[in-house]
Design a protein around this ligand. Sequence first.
Ligand SMILES: C[S@@+](CC[C@H](N)C(=O)[O-])C[C@H]1O[C@@H](n2cnc3c(N)ncnc32)[C@H](O)[C@@H]1O
Length: 445
Amino acid sequence: MQSTSLPPTMTAETAETAGALKQRAAILATRGDHDGAVDALDRAVEAEPRDAETFAMRGGSRAALGMLSAAVEDFAQAVMLSPKSSSYLDALGVHLQQLKMFDQAVMFHVNAIQHAPEQEQPRLFVNLGRAMMGQGNHAAAVELFETALAAEPDLHDGTINLTNALVAMGQHARAIDVCRVALERRETTELWHNMGSALNRMPGRKADAVAAFERAIEIDPGNRRSRHMLALLKGEEIETIPSAFVSDMFDDYAAYYDKDVVDKLKYRVPGLLRRLMLDPRTGKFRYKAVLDLGCGTGLVGVMLRDLTDYLKGADLSRNMLAQALSKGLYDQVEVVDVAETLGSDDRLYDAVVAGDVFGYLGRLDMVFALIHAKLEPGGILAFSVERSEDADYGVLATGRFSHSDDYVRSTLEAAGFVVLSVAREQLRVQAGMPVEGMLVLARKP
Ligand SMILES: C[S@@+](CC[C@H](N)C(=O)[O-])C[C@H]1O[C@@H](n2cnc3c(N)ncnc32)[C@H](O)[C@@H]1O
């Protein structure tokens, strides 16, 4: 009798075995032993290959072990076996987001919402909004976060994501209002951090931003992002932005970087770098080997590919490099922190370019020395920086560095370069305002 109510492949005996294995896996996972849990769940899948919950559990443990692709496969299997489960659909979407597959994630999140009971929907709206932010659709994301918060005002994740999206859209005053209301309900380190980030971008609110970051650190002394922002605001000696901070930021930005900078920010640097490479003062109109430092998604590569026989891209962010690779322009790419090394190859280049990269390094003497060593005699260096009027280099409200004309020239010369030109240019538009910078061309004698 009992076996007739079970799926066709399942006997009472295997069901019991699979059940016991799942129970053991759940205990192991709670203790943090995800290897043990995956082991038990592998056996549970063998015993009962049509149980959606087993796949979802294994997906959770594989994700905890950093096996993201395998986790996505498990959640996809769970969804195939139980296509109307909002929690499996949502989990699949969340893990697709971690693989930066935002278009696919949106599809599963929408599906999850359709099948979820009303009380679960606010949380699912937030996850859909995050996927839409990944696609670069901040306006739609804001609407979703607001819908979620209207239904459940205490949804902390909703407030954090809403304020992130508003700051990304340049709507700082609105972000501050949202933080203030949420902080009246409950103080968290993330909310104070976002409050500080929004205040920092408003004219005349530096002291308030300092107070907000200090409060964020009081609540969680381990909050490194707030510590970094506070150090910048207090003018403490900072020579570079921590590389983990930069790579996390660009890993998140990678999927919508091209659309954002080209359509919204009217980013001009790649075209300006091409112009420099063809400047008669270089004495060149074609190159043997070009190294694109901080190549990001490859927008500079698009502009330079036809000028060189060999093109290498180097960047801190794996996701940015993945986008660059997908353009099929680079002969080689490498994950590299240019503050330390320019890569593992011993090739000499006849040009090194860096579009909008030195804003993440303050001091430039070290990187100029590294570049000098990578260039053959007569090789050129072309790069952009944001322009500072006074200090050698200073920190902008965006957390990036700007550099002065004098500092750039003297540091290049000290590294052994001849400065060929330093030209003032508009680099992009930000929050409706032109961002002024310098396009610099130098040669190794
Ligand atoms: C604003 S993007 C510019 C990307 C590309 N050059 C362009 O013009 O589109 C800055 C890039 O520099 C990279 N970057 C920042 N600091 C770096 C470092 N220390 N080492 C290597 N790459 C870095 C970031 O990961 C990001 O891809």
